[in-house]
Ligand binder design. Structure first.
Ligand code: NAD
Length: 521
């Protein structure tokens, strides 16, 4: 493990641990900080050494019920707040996030093990998300005019109501803003249940939203476990929709749990995203992108390119370059700006990722780089490359969610496409070729919600973000987000010229005649 020198992030981390974490984390419900009704708590740990970081209020169905009621009560007021006013408040949120970006980055790093070099930009992305949707708040309700003979039809959008937002532990701050910002811009109220392995920055976000002037009850935060707080949120009748980011199997549970109350759901789930490298590609740029997309953010990233498919003729050379880069990656203290990979979020996740090292050897693949734990404490693993893999191996089919890349050779375009699509997932795909027609052909045939050609994941906020197959349901981004958080209503106005069929003005009614006759008798 790379040793770290003294750095100012440690001083800030010490201060923040003292000022923000020593007292434990609470829920934020109806504008008030509170413990769980029964006083239950759980501990959250530092991935660096698995020592206790702080205690966290552990919510259950009663706490969720309080939060859902607060969100319900606030909804009638918040939906009437003008788009312009919502815009102002959400810009203030963005300002506060920017002002506290370093604090957010350090806390995120402490809590999740993500390298600080990526966390500052993740915090800034959170601010961008708020700005982006703030600017769209005034037009969120806009609809279409759809004239028909004798009628003017027009549509408008109205916020769906209180929504549940359930987020995972990877880059939790940024991902939460990605859901909460459009929900608030649309006029919805929110109950947020963050991941139990990374509760810290959700608390900070609640504080920032409050400080920015969001009225009480519009944003509520309930900490807790998926099986208790999360489940109760998805089952609550006052919650109209659930935006969920997490594992595919959890998505299935949520769909079942939400069935009785007919929840609208939006799922951003797992991936086993292919990056396909043809021999005509710009291999230097491709190498940078392949290495970045699997080893940045500890590989704990839904859009990571965790399967690299490489054309036969360049397979050996290209994998040798990846292995060399992987071996050079600096693993260590996540607060050190030089460090590229920090510890994995939790010992359970660490064990899962380590399990794939044995699995790879058992399946007959070669560990060309890494494949070991790093250091004696904490959840550090070395950046890993499996070569000589086949697509039917578990290391090629399952989402490992760590800095672990599986390299598979292919013969031609048809072979590459078959391999790329032969997984249960379909979130993102990356394609490297300089053949223009092949790029279009391949991109259109790839079973993925998002395809990048000759690029790593570069996000543009108005574009749709989401997956196909077992990677998700629905899209985020731009107007797509509003389609989820809002109901589209059609209003048909007659111009008074159409004919309405007249009923009840024809022949005398036989049953009436019979009744009259009976009366006469
Ligand atoms: P997870 O599914 O275990 O947990 C996610 C959240 O769901 C947590 O808050 C958890 O408490 C909650 N939860 C668990 N069980 C629940 C239940 N029965 N009812 C309601 N809520 C429940 O996921 P994770 O391990 O925290 O995150 C990693 C996963 O997230 C990976 O699969 C990754 O690919 C996925 N992810 C996807 C995207 C995307 O955009 N597609 C983005 C980030 C992460």
């Amino acid at each position: 493990m790379t040793q770290t020198a003294a750095n100012p992030n440690h001083d800030l981390a010490r201060q923040l641990r003292q000022s923000r974490l020593s007292g434990g984390l609470q829920h934020f419900i109806g504008g008030q900080w509170s413990d769980s009704h029964g006083g239950e708590t759980f501990e959250t740990h530092s991935p660096v050494d698995n020592a206790v970081l702080t205690t966290v209020a552990s919510g259950d169905a009663t706490d969720i019920d309080r939060a859902a009621r607060a969100a319900h009560d606030a909804f009638q007021m918040w939906r009437e707040v003008s788009g312009q006013e919502r815009r102002k408040i959400l810009h203030r949120v963005a300002d506060l996030i920017e002002a506290r970006a370093q604090e957010i980055a350090v806390l995120e790093s402490i809590d999740t093990g993500q390298a600080i070099r990526f966390m500052k930009s993740a915090a800034t992305r959170g601010a961008e998300n708020f700005r982006f949707f703030a600017d769209r708040a005034p037009s969120a309700a806009d609809g279409q005019s759809l004239p028909a003979p004798g009628f003017l039809n027009y549509t408008l959008r109205q916020p769906i109501g209180p929504v549940g937002v359930i987020t995972p532990w990877n880059t939790p701050f940024m991902l939460s803003t990605w859901k909460i910002a459009p929900a608030l811009a649309a006029g919805c109220t929110v109950v947020h249940k963050p991941a139990e392995w990374s509760p810290v920055t959700a608390t900070l976000l609640a504080e920032i939203l409050d400080e920015a002037g969001l009225p009480k009850g519009v944003h509520n935060l309930v900490h807790g476990f998926g099986e208790s707080a999360g489940k109760a949120l998805t089952e609550h009748p006052l919650i109209k929709a659930v935006a969920f980011v997490g594992e595919t199997t959890t998505g299935s549970h949520i769909m079942r749990q939400g069935a009785d109350t007919l929840k609208r759901v939006h799922f951003e789930l797992g991936g086993k995203n292919p990056v396909v490298v043809f021999d005509d590609a710009d291999l230097e740029r491709a190498l940078d992108a392949v290495v970045f997309m699997i080893y940045s953010l500890n590989g704990e990233r839904c859009t990571s390119s965790s399967r690299v498919l490489i054309q036969d003729g360049i397979y050996d050379e290209f994998t040798a370059y990846i292995a060399e880069r992987a071996q050079n990656i600096r693993v260590g203290d996540p607060l050190d700006p030089e460090i590229e990979i920090g510890p994995l979020v939790h010992p359970r996740h660490f064990e899962k990722v380590m399990g794939y090292f044995d699995q790879a050897t058992k399946e007959g693949a070669t560990i060309a780089a890494g494949g070991e734990r790093v250091g004696q404490e904490g959840n550090f693993v070395s950046p890993t490359l499996f070569t000589g893999a086949r697509n039917d191996m578990r290391i090629a089919q399952e989402e490992i969610f760590g800095p672990v890349l599986t390299a598979i050779p292919f013969a031609d375009e048809a072979d590459a496409l078959a391999l790329a699509n032969d997984v249960q997932y379909g979130l993102a795909g990356y394609l490297w070729t300089n053949d223009l027609t092949r790029a279009h052909r391949f991109a259109q045939a790839l079973e993925a919600g998002m395809v990048w050609v000759n690029s790593e994941n570069v996000r543009h906020l108005p574009t749709p973000f989401g997956g196909v197959k077992n990677s998700g349901i629905g899209r985020d981004g731009g107007d797509y987000s509003f389609d989820f958080y809002m109901e589209t209503k059609n209003i048909a106005i007659s111009l008074g010229t159409h004919k309405t069929a007249k009923l009840g003005v024809g022949q005398p009614q036989p049953h009436k005649d019979r009744a009259d006759q009976r009366l006469a008798e």
